[in-house]
Design a protein around this ligand. Sequence first.
Ligand code: PHB
Length: 336
Amino acid sequence: MAPMTRNRAGIGQVPTDLMAQFYVQRASAGLLITEASQIMPEGVGYPNTPGIYSDEQVNGWKKVTDAVHKAGGKIVIQLWHVGRISHSLFQPEKKLPVSSSAVAAEGKVFTPDGMKPYETPRALELKEIPGVVEAYRNATVKAKRAGFDGVEIHAANGYLIDQFLQDGVNHRTDAYGGHLENRLRFLKEVTEAVIGAWSADHVGVRLSPNGSFNDMSDSNPKETFSAAIKLLDQYQLAYLHLRQGTPSDAKRRVPVPIEIFRPLFRGPLVLNDGFTRPSAEVALAKNQADAFAMGVSFLANPDLVKRWEQNAPLNAPNPRTFYGGDEKGYTDYPFL
Ligand code: PHB
């Protein structure tokens, strides 16, 4: 199951019993990847997303992982720092969000005071970067303690790591910006810190080479992401998870054919974006990936695996209940 933000965490960004129910209903997935979860207070940019840095959050997640394991499932948590995709209203002491560079995203953010344009973030100072890397390490230790089977480093979709990778945002002139090796440095340091806190075979990484979401661009995405994937190939990770890009991405950005990345990574490859059972089977037959991450279809069908096995019809997802709210559109989708 693909990671999906559902905005239903409780006070203190603590996972709730309802969240445990949501995941346990879907425990027949080969692997559940949780919704993105902030690694530190500055990493948040949306209402009611869960965290993985406090003891209360660990205790909340422990209920989720225990329930999923009891049902025979496996679950990894997605580690997230949104960077500039936030607003000072979400930040500790109402400070500006941070990023690789002081470049604002185009668009608006849903804050506790309504929709607001994105602010120009503050570029992280060189001396602050080790502290952010340390927060990824700490979150990994917490994830292990919370009973997860592993972690997924969220390096996709225009959030902090992606803000270092792509030169549409990263305008730094120090060791973390400019040529490719420098733009890869933050991803490299985060990956090594996370692996150091657990082991490579418990760590996946997600990238979105074709994503335009969150106002992302790069002057040479083929080169940038080929280099990122070759870097990740050396660690013997649990998996690499790629978003192939959506038709709406392709309107804003010429897509790099996703197949070109397959030979660059020798470990398990997970592909995501718009797959159906038939299209995934075609891609599998062509050896384009080892697994496929299903998002909205798994959201609307807690028993998606069984429905596929039985060629049963699927429930339709309701986008109005994707983000926030209660059990409606969350844990009340009917089973067969
Ligand atoms: C979202 O909350 O809209 C969201 C979060 C994480 C993503 C993508 C979208 O990777």
